[in-house]
Design a protein around this ligand. Structure first.
Ligand SMILES: *[C@@H]1O[C@H](CO)[C@@H](O)[C@H](O)[C@H]1NC(C)=O
Ligand SMILES: *[C@@H]1O[C@H](CO)[C@@H](O)[C@H](O)[C@H]1NC(C)=O
Ligand SMILES: *[C@@H]1O[C@H](CO)[C@@H](O)[C@H](O)[C@H]1NC(C)=O
Length: 443
């Protein structure tokens, strides 16, 4: 194991040296210097750096049509148990508790009860930071109450009438616009390790994808998976042709919509079907996710839309105005606190507990980002987030085109031209074995 770890860090350091030439992260490549020299696209700006001159969108609360036209379609897993849920229904089954388990607000909750500060008691006139609170279920979630199971999409249209997605559009200046699609599920059924499990279950599950546009054209797609995620050039992603019928005018539009695949139980998102090792180094495929072409969900048929400017979320229509935007400021956990060690439902294996803390909501997901990734994992010391130019294929029985190692090693090799040079490099890298390992490590 130790030589492996040493090799890993050596490779990563070597890799880091080449990164400025290799990666396509707008954060590193589209920087001000190269743009001034006449190369590339202008830099992506964080919301607090946007001025009236650099603004991409006309006003707060404005959702451009192109954001909807290029919104992802989500293939849920064919044997999924926990489908998308409506946050307004979900929280009816919860109270708000502090870290020490005392009740701050009794059930049933409404979205209006959520805010950045939660009043502690009327008499004492104090309040608790939402960060320190947990939405805590009234029912035993271990017994799968009906509300935990969510709603299946309609066969055919992909519409889920009872579970809106949440869209948050962020102006990134200079023509750049980020569209964050949030997918909420009531429960995350964790992974199995060699047949034992599940490990890492939690109540409440926020997943998301980001489509980044430049002047109305989609450029990149990032999708969340276990705190990390997959990052792609938009063109690389599989598309599905979809007809959108006009609401007002009689014309219909034929759209090419990107496809993402939501993994069984964990709802982590991938760009292909099959088995996917978690992007955690040193675990290899012990922890895996599975995706396939199960029920297709079209979140663009039912969603709540907001824009966000780094401090304030602005509702797009009356539907969101009725719900308010304060619930987005709630930074507590959307699900129970990790079960106590002595709880009979809790179990432990050397890497994970069976039940862990519920996740935090949309505004905790670094929507101010200029790079494409939500964050770097601890082992990614160079902090890059290159967008892949080809799909990372899944493995195993469900995989459709199980491309062999060489083609799977996108990040490094496919940028090398001409082809003969690439083959040479591949040979030097022990016929792509190095590359194969690197792919495991970098996700
Ligand atoms: C965001 O919008 C709010 C309300 O319109 C405004 O007060 C605030 O200054 C804006 N923040 C930024 C960073 O533009
Ligand atoms: C629990 O936390 C609340 C608010 O933070 C505090 O008022 C209360 O005294 C605490 N209770 C215990 C038992 O520590
Ligand atoms: C409660 O706190 C707020 C803000 O700290 C203050 O303005 C208000 O006067 C307080 N009310 C009472 C009854 O103490």
């Amino acid at each position: 194991m130790i030589p492996f770890i040493v090799l890993f860090f050596l490779l990563r350091s070597a890799f880091a040296v080449f990164v400025p030439w290799l990666d396509n992260d707008p954060f590193t490549v589209n920087d001000v210097q190269t743009y001034k020299m006449g190369f590339g696209l202008p830099p992506v700006l964080p919301p607090d750096a946007i001025t009236d001159e650099t603004r991409s969108l006309p006003y707060e609360g404005y959702i451009p049509d192109y954001v909807i036209d290029s919104s992802p379609l989500v293939h849920l897993y064919s044997e999924e148990l926990y489908y998308p849920a409506d946050i307004s229904d979900f929280i009816k089954h919860f109270n708000i508790r502090t870290n020490n388990n005392s009740i701050l607000k009794e059930a049933p909750l409404g979205l209006h009860d959520l805010a950045s500060m939660i009043p502690a008691s009327a008499e004492k006139n104090d309040s608790v930071l939402s960060e320190d609170t947990f939405l805590t279920a009234l029912d035993d979630f271990d017994k799968d109450p009906r509300w935990l199971l969510g709603h299946k999409p309609d066969y055919g249209s992909g519409h889920i009438k009872d579970a809106p997605a949440v869209l948050i559009v962020v102006d990134k200046g200079n023509g750049w616009v980020d569209a964050y699609w949030f997918y909420f599920y009531s429960f995350n059924l964790g992974a199995f390790i060699m047949g034992y499990g599940p490990w890492g279950n939690h109540v409440g599950d926020w997943e998301h994808s980001l489509v980044r546009f430049y002047e109305g054209k989609p450029q990149y797609l990032w999708m969340s998976a276990h705190g990390g995620g997959g990052c792609y050039q938009y063109d690389a992603i599989e598309k599905k042709t979809h007809v959108r019928y006009g609401d007002t005018e009689p014309t219909s539009k034929i759209l090419e919509r990107p496809l993402i695949f939501s993994a069984r139980g964990t709802h982590a998102n991938y760009a292909s079907v099959g088995q996917h090792a978690h992007d955690v180094p040193f675990f290899f495929s012990a922890l895996s996710d599975f995706t396939d072409r199960g029920p297709l969900w079209d979140p663009s048929l039912n969603y709540l839309a907001y824009t966000y400017n780094g401090t304030v979320a602005t509702p797009a229509t009356d539907r969101e105005r009725a719900l308010g935007s304060e619930w987005l400021d709630y930074l507590g956990h959307w699900g129970d606190k990790q079960l106590a060690r002595k709880d009979p439902r809790q179990k432990w294996c050397p890497v994970q507990w069976r039940y862990i803390d519920g996740p935090r909501g949309p505004l905790s997901k670094n929507l101010d980002r200029t790079g494409l990734c939500q964050r770097s994992k601890w082992w990614n010391f160079w902090g890059g987030c290159p967008a892949r130019r080809s799909i990372k294929r899944g493995q195993g029985l469900d995989a459709e085109h199980n491309d062999l190692v060489g083609d799977n090693c996108g990040i490094l090799l496919y940028r090398i031209r001409p082809k003969w040079l690439r083959s040479l490099v591949r040979l030097v890298m022990w016929r792509g074995v190095t590359c194969f390992m690197m792919d495991y490590f970098t996700g």
